[in-house]
Design a protein around this ligand. Structure first.
Ligand SMILES: Cc1cc2nc3c(=O)[nH]c(=O)nc-3n(C[C@H](O)[C@H](O)[C@H](O)COP(=O)(O)OP(=O)(O)OC[C@H]3O[C@@H](n4cnc5c(N)ncnc54)[C@H](O)[C@@H]3O)c2cc1C
Length: 391
């Protein structure tokens, strides 16, 4: 069994590490201090993404992407996940469901998004619809050949930066017709009502949108009426793997910093790592990172081998659950090892400890991931998690 990283993936990893350290890290403190970056810096970062060849890493070359394998995307996301303030988000991953677009939609939305000329955000969650997406109240009423969209969406990540929105709405208010619409942000009736502050400092915002009778043609339906949930589920798999990889990157950076500090910090006449209480924390952190990384790389590799889509969906939930909770535990220990310095915002460990908290909430909470894992065991048996390909 050869578990060696293929040379191409190793090259992507090296490039991503350099990009994170040389291009993203220098903006971390400014972002933390000011809560946002100047427009000119955000534009420079967007250009840097293209210059370094990280645009559209999750899409095929034919549509302007990099054609990366899932494993290559994973190693890139791991390296980018080391940056605080979610600076990894400057490397946009155009939403996967865009692949299902018509030729015109691919030309007008996906291709320019892969080139970073356009940017999408995804609007599913609402005041009354979170984990239970069937409760979505946003409706798209048919008016002849066109639709009028009414509703309110919350937590729309990158909604401030994006120029179009993938809106999850129920056609005619029917929950059996969940549908994704491509909505240009400058259309009449699209309004940002609030931009709340969150625990983390995030390079972009998570505004709330209101859609007041926004009119779109049938050509803005993505993938067909009634396919919204199916397309969103596909996107969840990709997003959950990305979150897991980002979490691993955050945990590795925290472990490296805590390991270094524990060797340099002297108390009671010796480095604090000589106290078993500290060394055991470092050991637990290392073991947890190793376990999460092994899970994530395995599934990324399985996807390239053409693994069964449903099994991948099940394992993506297991991975997101484990990696996000692992990052929470590792970051908490890292803060503890730094003592008071771990509580200072100038310390990357402090920032990462806030950054990783949301990974247990978005793209399905930990409870929802457990419900998926439990449901999959009922349907397919425990082997989907305990088995091994080829066994
Ligand atoms: C910073 C941030 C960015 C986000 N970005 C986006 C975005 O870009 N687009 C978007 O559409 N959404 C986004 N979200 C929304 C996110 O996906 C939801 O917050 C998440 O799915 C949970 O929904 P909720 O907040 O309504 O919580 P609820 O669904 O109300 O859940 C509340 C609690 O109940 C638990 N719970 C609910 N149902 C069950 C169940 N069946 N079994 C056990 N426990 C249950 C949950 O686990 C949680 O602990 C974002 C959220 C945040 C915080």
């Amino acid at each position: 069994m050869d578990l060696t990283l293929p040379p191409d993936a190793a090259a992507w990893q090296r490039r991503a590490r350099a990009f994170a350290e040389e291009v993203l890290f220098p903006h971390e403190e400014e972002l933390e201090l000011n809560g946002s970056l100047p427009r000119a810096t955000k534009d420079a970062l967007r250009r840097a993404v293209v210059e370094h060849g990280f645009n559209g890493i999750n899409h095929a070359r034919e549509v302007g992407g990099q054609g990366c394998t899932q494993l290559e995307q994973t190693v890139v996301n791991e390296e980018l996940g080391k940056a605080t303030g979610a600076l990894w988000a400057v490397v946009a991953h155009p939403a996967l469901p865009l692949r299902e677009g018509t030729p015109a939609q691919i030309r007008d939305y996906l291709v320019p998004s892969c080139r970073t000329e356009r940017r999408a955000c995804v609007a599913v969650t609402e005041p009354s619809a979170g984990s239970d997406v069937r409760l979505v109240a946003t409706r798209a009423e048919r008016v002849g050949e066109r639709f009028r969209i009414f509703g309110e969406k919350w937590f729309v990540t990158t909604g401030d930066e994006a120029d179009y929105i993938l809106v999850h709405a129920h056609v005619d208010g029917d929950p059996d017709k969940p549908t994704l619409f491509l909505v240009d942000k400058d259309l009449p009736g699209v309004r940002i009502q609030r931009e709340p502050k969150f625990t983390h400092t995030y390079v972009f915002g998570h505004p709330e949108f209101v859609f007041e009778g926004v009119e779109v043609g049938a050509d803005k339906v993505l993938g067909g009426v009634g396919r919204g949930l199916e397309l969103t589920k596909d996107w969840f798999v990709e997003a959950r793997l990305q979150i897991a990889a980002n979490s691993i990157g955050a945990a590795i950076r925290a472990l490296e910093l805590a390991d270094d500090w524990a060797s340099r910090r002297n108390q009671f006449g010796r480095p604090i790592r000589d106290f078993q209480a500290i060394e055991f924390m470092l050991a637990d952190m290392a073991v947890e990172v190793m376990a999460a990384k092994t899970m994530v790389y395995r599934v990324a590799w399985e996807i390239a081998q053409g693994a069964d889509r449903k099994a991948v969906h099940a394992r993506a939930s297991a991975i997101k659950l484990y990696a996000s909770e692992m990052a929470g535990r590792v970051l908490d220990k890292a803060v503890q090892i730094f003592g008071g310095r771990g509580y200072m915002r100038e310390n990357p460990v402090e920032r990462l400890s806030r950054d990783v908290r949301v990974d247990r909430i978005w793209e399905g909470t930990s409870e929802i991931q457990r419900a998926i894992v439990g449901g999959q065991m009922r349907k397919r048996g425990t082997g989907v998690f305990t088995g091994w390909p080829g066994a």
